[in-house]
Design a protein. Structure first.
Length: 380
């Protein structure tokens, strides 16, 4: 099971490390290994959230997530995205931006650092909306009941998540964004940039997340219709394919997963510059890490881990909320990536421990119930 799920990750790791050695020797290998660990530690909560969505998709779309999805994640977000950011912020052509990344790494790093406020605002607002929609939803299973019960009642107010997110964005644009951190330790006013980028992140979430939820909610109805159509086809002898309807729902969920992964990758890409400004080594290291995150997502789905440890999704979403706040704060202040990674690990570890305690309590209760039945049956 482990080899089947993580086989491609092991292969990519081997190829990536070999490529690093061939590219720039043993020092490059060490940097790629560090970057891989950084990406995994920062994105473990991403894997848990992804698993909650991916378990609703069939085996075909899980394979798409691991193949086409990983190409988008590695080449799109870890390699192409930083170059696109430089091209836009420096008003360069794509070829010039690539040449700059390969020949003038310090200048390239400066452009990416200066573009951080807009990146952080976009990703921060997208992740904040995910967190807010989660905590305002009334769920049967509650982890921190003292907090989640009143929030679920508040969640009955229409568009509450979007209103809070916009208030947070306004406050951010008037505080952190007015003294945004730039390359060399200087600070400039980026209020307008942050406001526009944050709105773009909010709109992206509402469009992609809305379409995903819409088709997810219709999936059950569609499956029932498909079942009825298949029965009708059997009676009339006319074959009918059910792929199109199910595929439409899965496609939008897949699209939502890719945007989600993009938002999670922002902090990893920016944080990688604290280790190296070589775009090739960054792509190798972060790409290996991204592959493990995707494999871990599929592993969690196939093992049914989220069903066994019911608070994991809660912990992951709280970690998302923390990451959203951190991204917005980093518009003005530098925060060490170790702190960012540890917050996510601690929250998920805490939720896992709570899940284990819950399972033991349920087992103990079931054991007592069985013992009581045996006593009654024996006439004691």
């Amino acid at each position: 099971m482990v080899l089947k799920t993580f086989g491609w990750s092991f292969a990519v790791t081997a190829l990536g490390l070999v490529a690093a050695v061939l590219y720039d020797g043993w020092t490059a290998l060490g940097l790629v290994a560090i970057l891989s660990i950084l990406e995994i530690s920062l994105s473990f909560d991403n894997a848990v959230v992804n698993a909650g969505i991916l378990k609703k998709m069939n085996a075909f779309w899980q394979k798409i997530f691991l193949t086409i999805g990983i190409l988008i994640a590695v080449f799109g977000m870890r390699l192409v995205f930083p170059v696109v950011i430089v091209a836009i912020s420096a008003k360069l052509g794509p070829i010039e931006a690539v040449d700059l990344a390969l020949t003038d790494k310090d200048q390239y790093q400066q452009y990416v650092t200066d573009a951080h406020p807009s990146i952080a605002a976009f990703g921060g607002m997208f992740l904040l909306m995910i967190f807010l929609d989660f905590i305002f939803e009334d769920r049967d299973i509650k982890w921190l009941a003292w907090l989640e019960r009143p929030l679920a009642k508040l969640g009955k107010i229409d568009m509450l998540s979007a209103c809070i997110a916009m208030i947070v964005l306004l406050i951010t644009s008037m505080t952190f964004a007015t003294h945004a951190h730039q390359h060399g330790g200087t600070h400039v006013d980026k209020a307008q940039t942050v406001l526009i980028s944050g709105l773009a992140g909010l709109i992206t979430y509402l469009i992609v997340g809305g379409l995903s939820s819409f088709f997810e909610n219709r999936l059950e109805e569609e499956e029932e219709r498909e079942h009825e159509a298949e029965e009708e086809a059997e009676r009339t002898g006319k074959p009918r394919s059910a792929v199109a309807l199910a595929g439409k729902a899965a496609f939008f969920m897949f699209l939502y997963l890719e945007v989600l992964d993009a938002s999670f990758s922002f902090d990893g890409v920016i944080g990688a510059f604290a280790i190296t400004n070589d775009i090739v080594l960054m792509a190798l290291g972060l790409g290996i890490g991204a592959m493990y995150v995707r494999s871990l997502t599929v592993y969690l789905v196939r093992q049914g881990t989220l069903d066994d440890y019911v608070y994991l999704e809660h912990g992951a979403h709280y970690a998302i909320g923390a990451l959203a706040v951190i991204l917005l704060v980093t518009i003005q202040y530098e925060i060490n990536e170790i702190i960012t990674g540890l917050i996510g690990v601690v929250l998920i570890g805490w939720s896992f421990w709570s899940s284990v305690r819950r399972n033991k309590a349920l087992e103990a209760a079931e054991g007592k119930a069985e013992a009581s039945k045996e006593e009654v049956a024996s006439g004691v």
